[in-house]
Structure formats: C-alpha cells, structure tokens
Design a protein around this ligand. Structure first.
Ligand code: SAH
Ligand code: SF4
Ligand code: F3S
Length: 438
C-alpha cells in the first residue's frame, strides 16, 4: 500500500533544510508526500522554539491531532527539531501529548528509519536525543526546489546572546569541511542548480573549528569558482564578525549577490551590551558605511528585537534612528519573547506586552516607509531576476528575485522559470517590485 507523509516545519531555513533530509529518509522508506493531514500515515512536526508563539502553535496543532489518532490508530505522529533538543519542551510533549509516537532532536535525523522500525516493532513511544556536538552532512537531501539549494556549512552557535535559545537547541558551533561542501555544490551544479544559499547561525565565523583553518571569504571564493552556479547567498551574518575580507568578497566575487542580512537587534549600546552582542552601535554603523562604500548597489536586511528587558523609550528611539540612518531594504521585527534557560529570562525590568506592542507598531510603520522608498528607487532600472515560478494568485504572472533579494512580479511565459532574465522595473510597494521582461 502506498503510504503518505506530511512534514510541518517551523523556524529558520536550517529547519526547513533539515526537513528536506527527513523527506528523503521517508521517501526511501516508500512514503510519498501528502498535504492533507487526514490522508497521511506519518505526520511529523519539525519544531522551533526561538519565540514563544512558535512553540505554542505546535502544542495547539498536536492537541488537535488527538482525535485523528483515535480514528486512525495506525498513523505515526513524530515531533523533532529544536523544541525536542531542550528538556522543558520535550518533557511537556512526553507527559501531555501521549499520542505522539516518535521524538528526536536536531542531531540524529539520519536515525529516523531505525526509530520508525523500533516504534513499529514495540508499539511504544520512542525518544532519541543526541547531545554530542556532531554535524551530520551525510544524509541525502530531497530538495524542495529544482534550481535553488540550501547548503549547510556549519551548525550550532557559540555566541550566547542573552535572549536566544539557539545555542541550547543546536549546540556548539561546528563547521563542515570545505571538501564536503564543495563536493555537494559541484554535484548541485551538475544537476542544474543555479543559486546556492549557504546556511549557518553565524556564517562569518565559519572555519574556526577546522584544521587547517579556512575563513568564510575563502569558502566563498571556492564556491564562486564552481562552473554552472550563477548566484551565491548566505545566512546569517553576525555584525561582530563582518570583516573587511567579507565585504571585499561580496564586492569582488561575481556570483556572490550584493545583499547581506545583518541583524543589529537594538540601536542602543546599553541594550546591546545586555544582549551580549559584543558590538556597539558605532561599530555596526561603520560596517554598514563600508558595505555601502565598497558595494554601491548593496541591499541590506536585518532582525530587530523590541522590548528587551530594561529597554527604555530612549533606547527604543535609538533603534528607530538606526533604522532611519541605515535605510534597510527588508527586515524582520520581533517582540522580545522570554525563553526559559536564557540569561535574559532572569533579568529584571521585563517590558509589559502593551509597551512592546506599541513600540513594535511604530518600528514597523517606519520600516515599511523605508522599504517603500528603497523599492521606489528601483523603478526605471533593469534588474536581473532568477525566475522562480508563477504567482499564487495569477498563473500569468511570474515571480522571481533580484540579486538584491527583492521579489519581482512580471508577465511572462512559463518557459522562463529557472532562468535568469532582465526585467525593467515599473512599479513597487513596500515588499515587492513589478516589472516587464525585456
Ligand atoms: N543566528 C542569527 C539569528 C537566529 S534567530 C543571528 O544571530 O543573527 C533569528 C532572530 O530571531 C534573531 O536575529 C532575533 O532577532 C530573533 N530572536 C531570537 N531570540 C529571540 C527572542 N527570545 N525573542 C524575540 N526574538 C528573538
Ligand atoms: Fe542566537 Fe546570537 Fe547565536 Fe544568533 S548569534 S543564533 S542570536 S545566540
Ligand atoms: Fe528556531 Fe531552531 Fe532555527 S530554534 S530559529 S528552528 S535554529
């Protein structure tokens, strides 16, 4: 009988990429993908716990699966990902969601087939968490996309920003060897992949654990030399490690896109210090100045947290003024969310929700206005777009991204999908451009 699986993924690109491995493993066991949970034989949640709402969604959805499990006792329900890697959330799932059959963490995905076999033979709940800091770069990947590929270059994080749970969920920073990365990308190039997105929690510190050491700009150069690859992107960069070499690599390597995601989190030096971000506002702005000087068409995006413990109106105004000074093209704003086990969770002066919400609103109003202005400045330009597919709302309209990662909608034939085309930009809003193919 044809068995079906559904994967529900929360969190960052890293988690989405892990889900591509899970998909490979399930398909190798004979499962095929299914969107409708009710028709599925294997339902798996790949979870995130970076903010409380990501966690709450999983509990809500798991709760609503109870009835389905009663109706179809043979379906397997699994939960994996960052939530399972920390004790609190894992214990909650084990004790309160008895209909969950398999639980595993972020570092033992490749063991999934044996966990399924164990559950099948015993009928018991199987819990398997790997605590050791290892990087699993052997499991094959069932890629979601035919010409854009995520490639993990490292795992974990050593920075321990005081608000952040990621180091507890993903462990110590470990880099993959350049050999293994380059082999994977050469194979992708052979199979027609055009865009590579290199992934790590802090890609700028890539290579520190390797002997001999390799720097991230050196890795970029190696990837840039691979024939067939047209575009290289990378996520995420930490401002403390955004070196002149990296800026030069973006400026000089032809395939590296002129775009950087550089989360600053707060514009106030006092808050940055309490966040343990290790850079100052002045250092960050100096990096941005160098990026703009050396790469005139650079596009910039960021992450910002509002309402970190102790953030005053004055501190918040420094965040607002930084946003106005840098003029980001894109950005993500988050309400500070208390994460048990982190230092900031213990800090006094937690900010009331209404204050966070009010600051959040002012910040996004200001950011959307800037995004609009930055997008408007592209009107009239001809930009290279990698055509990704058709618009969800209108099959006549194609969508793709510029090198600067801006989303573009334009009319054109489906034959363009997967190709680089030139598009004259004719209109914009805060989040996308509109154009015509030339
Ligand atoms: N490694 C990346 C970020 C990973 S988490 C980096 O350092 O840039 C993605 C974003 O989630 C962070 O940049 C931060 O803005 C946000 N975030 C992390 N923990 C948070 C928390 N406790 N509350 C609100 N936002 C948080
Ligand atoms: Fe979290 Fe900071 Fe590491 Fe990013 S650098 S994953 S924000 S601890
Ligand atoms: Fe979330 Fe884990 Fe990514 S906590 S943001 S899925 S590393």
């Amino acid at each position: 009988m044809n068995k079906k699986y559904t994967i529900i993924t929360y969190g960052c690109q890293m988690n989405h990429h892990d889900s591509e491995r899970i998909a490979y493993l399930l398909e190798s066991l004979g499962y095929s993908p299914e969107k409708d949970l009710e028709k599925s034989d294997f339902i798996i949640y790949n979870t995130c716990l970076v903010r409380e709402n990501a966690e709450l969604k999983v509990y809500g959805q798991l709760g609503s699966l109870k009835a389905l499990k009663k109706q179809k006792p043979n379906i397997i329900i699994a939960v994996c990902g960052c939530m399972m890697q920390t004790g609190n959330a894992r214990e909650t799932i084990i004790s309160k969601y008895k209909h969950v059959d398999i639980i595993f963490g972020t570092k033992n995905i490749s063991r999934l087939p044996s966990l399924i076999a164990r559950h099948r033979s015993t009928g018991e709940v199987v819990v398997d968490i790997e605590e050791a800091d290892i990087i699993d770069d052997d499991t094959p990947i069932n890629r979601n996309h035919p010409f854009i590929a995520y490639v993990n270059i490292m795992t974990g994080c050593n920075n321990y920003c005081t608000f952040c749970i990621v180091p507890y969920a993903r462990g110590k920073e470990i880099s993959r060897t350049p050999d293994s990365i380059i082999r994977e990308i050469k194979d992708l190039a052979k199979r027609g992949y055009k865009e590579i997105i290199l992934l790590g929690q802090n890609v700028n510190s890539y290579g520190k654990t390797l002997r001999p050491k390799v720097t991230f700009p050196e890795l970029l150069k190696m990837v840039n030399d691979i024939d067939g690859i047209e575009r290289i992107r990378f996520l995420t960069s930490h401002p403390k490690d955004c070196s002149d070499e990296l800026i030069d690599a973006i400026a000089n390597l032809d395939k590296v896109c002129e775009n950087i995601h550089l989360p600053f989190q707060s514009g106030s030096n006092k808050v940055l210090k309490n966040m343990h971000r290790v850079y100052t506002r002045e250092h960050y702005l100096n990096t941005i100045r160098k990026l703009k000087e050396k790469i005139p068409n650079i596009t910039l995006s960021t992450d910002i947290i509002v309402g970190f413990p102790g953030e005053t109106e004055e501190d918040f105004k420094e965040t607002l003024s930084l946003v106005k000074e840098v003029e980001y093209d894109q950005g993500f704003t988050f309400l500070y969310s208390i994460r048990k086990g982190t230092k900031a969770a213990e800090m006094k002066d937690q900010i009331p929700h209404e204050v966070k919400q009010e600051r959040f609103q002012r910040l996004i109003d200001s950011m959307y206005e800037i995004f609009y202005k930055k997008n408007k400045a592209d009107v009239g330009k001809v930009l290279e777009v990698l055509v990704e597919g058709t618009s969800k709302n209108n099959p006549e309209v194609l969508t793709g991204r510029t090198r600067g990662y801006k989303l573009v909608h334009f009319v054109g034939g489906k034959r363009n999908i997967g190709h680089l085309v030139n598009v004259r930009i004719t209109g914009n809003n805060s989040f996308a451009l509109e154009g015509e193919i030339i």
